[in-house]
Design a protein around this ligand. Structure first.
Ligand code: IPE
Ligand code: IPE
Ligand code: MG
Length: 252
């Protein structure tokens, strides 16, 4: 078995990015923070193209956390406006490039018009499967898991609780239609996950880069992929086992 066929070299199917550093990018340039967010949105468009070119089917980006509501009102308002702008400006592009849009997080708490907008784009792209963009909006992993447990509880009787396993619980998570992320990238030099995909990322490779999000280009993404490709994903086993193993192991 060649080195590329074993389970430690699972092809990169899902990249998740914590797009951080917009504020510092703006500050460095003496601009208001919102200009950094604007540049961040422009950059997302470019990285989405790069991900497509690199034939990675799933991209998930952390766009707004439940904790981000704590920011100054003006900034929150600006971020919501930018989201509307992104949807208005890029919906045609998303359709043209056959990208399916999904949202994870409690997006119903966003402004009404934004919710409508999001739902319209999700609906318009729901038949695409090759390229998948997921926005984490009003998302936090802890919030997500509480929601999942509540929904799960509603559907379960005592007997099915006994047989509850990860497969079942994960079918109640917002990410139920997505594979687990293989690679999580965080820009701007912060080395933390800030409540992002904590369970789904249990075995993700994690890449931190000092580059601020608006400056993160295709070449930086390629570097992150090089890092990913150099890792041996052992899923709890030994290196020797992995090199014999031909199937993906079961993770519970
Ligand atoms: C990330 O950039 C975007 C959001 C959290 C919405 P930040 O706004 O957190 O940028 P920094 O961390 O202040 O530089
Ligand atoms: C995480 O970034 C959330 C997003 C990128 C949307 P933050 O900038 O909000 O995270 P902390 O507060 O530095 O951990
Ligand atoms: Mg930040």
């Amino acid at each position: 078995v060649g080195k590329n066929q074993n389970s430690s070299k699972k092809p990169l199917a899902h990249v998740a990015i914590i797009m951080d550093g917009n504020g510092r990018w703006a500050k460095q340039k003496g601009l208001p923070r919102i200009q950094g967010h604007r540049a961040g949105v422009e950059n997302l468009r470019k990285i989405l193209d790069a991900v497509k070119e690199l034939k990675i089917p799933y991209l998930t980006v952390y766009s707004f956390s439940t904790e981000n509501w704590l920011r100054p009102k003006e900034e929150v308002k600006g971020l919501m406006k930018l989201l509307d702008l992104f949807l208005k400006k890029y919906t045609k592009d998303l359709i043209k490039s056959k990208v399916r849009l999904r949202v994870i997080g409690d997006y119903n708490k966003l402004p009404n018009l934004t919710v409508k907008h999001l739902e319209a784009v999700m609906d318009a792209t729901k038949d695409f499967s090759e390229n998948n963009l997921t926005l984490a909006l009003n998302y936090s992993a802890r919030h997500e898991v509480i929601g999942a447990i509540k929904r799960c509880y509603d559907e379960m009787d005592k007997e099915s609780v006994e047989s509850l396993d990860w497969n079942r619980l994960s079918s109640f998570l917002d990410t139920k239609d997505l594979p687990d992320p293989d690679l999580i990238i965080r820009t701007s030099g912060e080395c933390r996950l800030s409540n992002f995909l904590l369970l789904q990322g249990a075995y993700a490779e994690i890449y931190f880069t000092p580059v601020l999000w608006p400056d993160f280009k295709k070449e930086h993404l390629e570097k992150a992929i090089e890092f990913y490709n150099a890792r041996e994903r052992r899923f709890g086993m030994t290196s020797e086992q992995i090199n014999k193993e031909t199937h993906n192991p079961v993770i519970s």
